[in-house]
Design a protein around this ligand. Structure first.
Ligand SMILES: [Zn+2]
Length: 432
């Protein structure tokens, strides 16, 4: 009876008008009451129907820094309460004390009521405000990752991804109405610090969208891209647009969130493989050296061009020790991946043909070959005589910028042909 009285006394909630028809979310403001001080807590219904595939939640509060809140859910199908869950402050939040927001949490779809408590021995004066957000992400329809094709200018293909309508087919996750373009120089890797398993990752992405927009008050989902443990890539803010993920210094960055917590758990090969493909494409697209570092003006830091969130100006363990430790290997893989895709490009062959200098031409005793400084990877050189036979081949692969000196004294005269790299262009050389 006491619980019921408390419920009648305490509870009011609001449903934002724009989303009311979808029963997508509810906000519950809790007056800070004596009931928070004890084990005996108020039971509050969650006014959402047809929740699927799970319930997403987060809690905002204002309190002294060392306060700890816990939440639990009544599961109607079990007829029982679930365990108390600690509400961990979100490492990606830009809140300042005394304001806090919990990480996005997930509860069973059958959760009909919740209760919240403050861990003893804190007193009422420690807690000033509590606001609970509940979001029903809805069921996902099966969506194929669209092939969005290669972008001009970069031979490394953009990996397939689920676009906004792919992960939010209802259209209830609108894009930033005033997107801010940015020239990307640094690629920032995150983890979501959420669960490592889910029955529906598109629903998780929708929940993160709701959390960033309706709880944090951002213009759109914070990350440019998200990758689930199965290696599915989701388009967040999208390409060349400024997101909200890097300690408030987002200009010049592209943020990629690996869904899950990678503190001790190692990210899956599928997800790392997709991350490397995405990074290779963007490095190639913007001529970013994946193994180098450079100045990032917005943060005032010298950063690896591929960095982790923790390399920024704020204190966070994101993207987790285990993913962070993998970054050096990821940089090398991305470099190799770019090297592998560049020489096969038709565009690059044309570039090589004009960028490689062979002189003098006509040549008599000595031939010089100047390779372009931006040669992708390395190249083996071959010289063919007028009959098409190989008359000289470089013993080792040459790097960009190298000047090769070849003695051709006494060679038969005629039109020779210099090949740069296997399958590369043939340059005509007249030997007299
Ligand atoms: Zn992060």
């Amino acid at each position: 009876m006491k619980l019921l009285l408390q419920f009648l006394f305490i509870s009011w909630f609001t449903i934002p008008a724009t989303l009311a028809q979808t029963t997508a979310r509810v906000v519950v403001d809790l007056p800070v009451a004596e009931s928070f001080l004890s084990e005996e807590t108020t039971v509050i219904p969650i006014a959402l129907s047809d929740v699927a595939p799970f319930l997403a939640y987060s809690v905002e509060w204002e309190a002294t820094p060392d306060i700890s809140l816990q939440i639990r859910f009544y599961e109607s199908n079990e007829g029982a309460w679930g365990d108390w869950q600690a509400l961990e402050p979100d490492p990606h939040s830009d809140r300042k004390a005394p304001g806090y927001v919990s990480q996005l949490g997930f509860a069973p779809a059958a959760s009909t009521d919740f209760s919240l408590r403050i861990a003893p021995p804190y007193t009422k004066s420690d807690l000033f405000k509590v606001r609970c957000h509940f979001f029903n992400p809805g069921k996902s329809s099966a969506q194929a990752q669209a092939d969005h094709g290669d972008r001009a200018g970069c031979p490394c293909p953009q990996p397939n991804y689920l676009d906004r309508l792919g992960w939010c087919p209802s259209g209830n996750c609108p894009i930033d109405p005033t997107p801010q373009p940015t020239v990307v120089t640094h690629l920032i890797v995150h983890h979501s610090a959420g669960s490592n398993s889910s029955s529906d990752w598109s629903a998780v992405v929708r929940s993160i969208w709701d959390y960033h927009v309706n709880v944090n008050g951002w213009d759109d989902i914070g990350y440019n891209w998200l990758i689930d443990p199965n290696g599915v890539l989701y388009e967040g803010r999208g390409n060349d647009l400024q997101g909200a993920h890097f300690c408030g210094t987002n200009a010049g960055t592209m943020g990629i969130c690996m869904l899950g917590t990678f503190t001790s758990v190692v990210p899956s090969n599928q997800s790392v493989g997709k991350l490397e493909k995405l990074l290779a494409w963007k490095c190639c697209d913007r001529n970013i050296d994946p193994e180098d570092f450079s100045f990032h003006p917005n943060s005032g830091l010298n950063l690896f061009n591929i960095s982790g969130h923790r390399d920024g100006i704020c204190s966070t363990e994101c993207p987790g020790d285990s993913l962070y430790a993998r970054l050096p290997l990821i940089r090398t893989d991305v470099k190799d991946s770019i090297d592998a895709c560049l020489p096969s490009s038709t565009n690059e062959k044309l570039d090589l043909e004009t960028a490689t200098q062979v002189f003098p031409n006509p040549a008599r005793d000595v031939l010089y070959i100047q390779l372009p400084p931006n040669l992708p990877g390395s190249a083996i050189l071959r010289l063919f005589d007028p009959q098409g036979r190989v008359v000289w081949q470089s013993g080792n692969a040459y790097q960009g910028g190298e000047l090769i000196t070849l003695s051709i004294k006494g060679w038969p005269t005629g039109w020779y042909s210099l090949q740069v790299g296997p399958g590369g262009p043939n340059l005509k050389v007249l030997i007299q």
